[in-house]
Design a protein around this ligand. Sequence first.
Ligand code: MN
Ligand code: MN
Length: 493
Amino acid sequence: MSKLFKENKSGWETIDESKKKEIFKFADDYMDFLNKSKTEREIISSAETLARENGFKSLNEYSELHPGDKVYYVNRAKNIYLAVIGKNDIEDGINIIGAHADSPRLDLKPSPLFQKGDLTYFNTHYYGGIKKYQWTTIPLAIHGVIVKENGEKITVSIGENDNDPVFVITDLLPHLAKDQMQKKLTEAIEGEKLDLVIGNIPSNKCDENDNPKELNSLDLNSQENKLNLKVKDDNIEQKKCTEKIKENIMKILNEKYDITEEDFESSELEIVPAFKARTAGLDRSMVAAYGQDDKSCVYSSLRAMLSIENPERTAVCLFSDKEEIGSMGNTGMQSHVFDTFIAELLNKLRVNRPNLLDEVFCNSRMLSADVDAAMDPLYAEVSDITNAGFISHGVSVNKYTGARGKYDSSDANAEYVAYVRKIFNENNVKYQFSELGKVDQGGGGTIAYILANKGVDVIDCGIPVLSMHSPYELTSKFDIYSAFEAYKAFFNN
Ligand code: MN
Ligand code: MN
């Protein structure tokens, strides 16, 4: 029920012990899922595994589709569409729930490896909206793939097992941070300083002959020499000795993965927090984890999808990539691969004809399952309290998103909002209507507008998150379960 007009209280007050147990069990499964899947590729692979275990088959395993069939398509390992074929004619429209599998992180640059002083680093380029200072001095892990010229794909995951090494980005000690501390938060940590320390043992002993003479006799305390050193950084001569640590790292990588430095050019290596998803709070009410934007919605909508049998309307669940950087590219929601998937369903249902795809979209409904900014009592000044999403008050519905005057928003029609309210109320889903924050404060977008542009009725509906986009986001177990119930109700109507 909606928080303002019917029941303005925490969801925890509305349930009994057995429901609480059910919610906690669901959260345990969710945390398991998170610990297996931190990047979009891992999410898609985990989703595919769960789908297959629940009777889904890939699109090319079907020559024809019939009501009740469960089918999926994986696009380039980063993006998945799942469908359960309904009893109704598909031209009457489909029920879609879409979430995104990517989360803010640091990507390795194409030429990431460099040595400076006695340390070797990986150079990064941040992905999505991050507060850079949050990424220093925390344990980080490396996940991703390296693809060699012959097509061989090497999967990398370092930093998740207890005996794995982790990686750290350094920050200045407070004792010497007088200048840094005067800077604005946006400038105190520069993007180019978000470099991962990855080693400091030289490949062999560094002797005097390795270095140009001047370097050995340098008084490193002199400001002038420090500047000279900086200038000479690009000097090949000087690298004879200073690259030995990098050389050793390359040797280790070569032994472990059989790669050369050049192979980084065709890699996708993502730096993510090495934290495990954990229960948070003395009352065990919350989940702390990296990437809950938007994996909390991925998991709750996936579980809703897996629970469906023989729906009236065809149900489609999708997890897209690149949402955090604008949804573009062939794995982002803006790509036409989704249209092609639906067109293929029409072909295999043997109903396709010109314009049918457009007709299907115009008759379809969607929940854009993306997280909402939970009102943070310590920062209440950025929220409009009567229109804010509260933690543990249930799944949060945003009629519109966007920023500063609804720019770049998708604004659901009142008629469709009424329809969604009715479904949630009829199915006893605890939900709340909210906005992202105060109108002048900022805002954000989701994939909603992309489907709305195709003619689909869309509304944003997701889990409120505290510290969104940080390395360790906080959600309520109640809201995660409430989202699952909302998505299930939507699919079954
Ligand atoms: Mn999101
Ligand atoms: Mn986001």
